[in-house]
Design a protein around this ligand. Structure first.
Ligand code: ZN
Length: 292
């Protein structure tokens, strides 16, 4: 019986990772490309995958987990496009269509966070839960939700980073940095928002600096909002900001405090780090390729 191989693409704002993957624990080869223009980066990714097929054998399908926002409606003429992004040169860029035309294979396409959420729900920290949410807190804040094994979509993918949390009482003067909303969650608690206020990353600030409680407060507001809407069994918090020592504990404490014991999910049980580490993005591509 011939084995099934999948082409997986993790497309981020600073780098792309492409891989030939047979199973979550069987990644055959990967390559990285800096994110430059769409022609350069998507072109290089496609060319590498085509050469990799010569080394490894034919692919069954390809999965793309991409930074967004994206058009996910397969009936739309611009399905597979990155839509309105602040990243220069990438707005209205046809991404998945180029991959379809290059390979004539089924192509799964969703956000990087929906991909990571799907991978974590299937093989990682969300296993066994009928609903889990994955949030990345880094250069931006994005979230994906998996419900009964499928990524949650409305008109398009969720935009959880743009909820509007109440302002922390000691953080009322900062306008926020989201170009669309100012003081939405991403505008207040992303890595660049932390740097705009305090000049450095959260992990560089002393453990008793007020920033730690302020950021934990905003992230806890997000978790309580998610609990109010859908009581997820796991809220998986990833991304560079979550690498700050002690932050996940502060978020758990704040979430428990804000929830007042009302929700079924206990903060210490539901708020967890990712289990797949830096493979979550690529395995998101695998999950999307398997499901297409
Ligand atoms: Zn916003």
């Amino acid at each position: 019986m011939s084995e099934r191989l999948f082409g997986c693409i993790e497309a981020g704002g600073t780098k792309f990772v492409a891989g030939i993957v047979a199973a979550p624990d069987d990644i055959r080869e990967t390559a990285r490309f800096d994110t430059k223009s769409p022609d350069e980066t998507i072109g290089a990714t496609i060319a590498w995958l085509q050469e990799a097929v010569d080394r490894h054998g034919a692919l069954t399908a390809i999965g793309i987990a991409s930074f967004g926002p994206l058009e996910l409606d397969r009936r739309a003429t611009n399905w597979g496009h990155i839509t309105r992004t602040t990243k220069p040169g990438w707005s209205n860029c046809d991404f998945a269509g180029r991959v379809v035309r290059a390979f004539s294979l089924p192509v799964g396409f969703d956000t990087d966070v929906n991909g990571a959420a799907l991978a974590e729900s299937r093989w990682g920290a969300g296993r066994g839960q009928n609903m889990c949410v994955y949030i990345t807190i880094g250069t931006g804040i994005g979230g994906g939700a998996i419900v009964d094994g499928k990524p949650l979509h409305g008109l398009t993918h969720p935009e959880m980073g743009h909820i509007r949390p109440p302002r922390h009482p000691a953080d009322l003067d900062f306008a926020g940095i989201c170009p669309f909303h100012g003081d939405c969650l991403e505008g207040l608690a992303s890595g660049p928002a932390i740097k705009a206020r305090w000049g450095t990353s959260l992990s560089e600030l002393a453990p008793d600096h007020a920033a730690h409680d302020i950021i934990a407060w905003y992230l806890a507001q997000m978790v309580v909002t998610l609990q109010s809407i859908m009581e997820p069994g796991r809220v998986i918090l990833g991304g560079g900001v979550m690498g700050t020592p002690g932050l996940i504990g502060r978020v758990r404490e704040r979430t428990e405090f804000l929830g007042k014991g009302y929700f079924r999910g206990r903060a210490q049980d539901i708020i967890v780090p990712p289990a797949l580490g830096d493979k979550a993005g690529l395995l998101g591509g695998l999950a999307l390729a398997l499901d297409v």
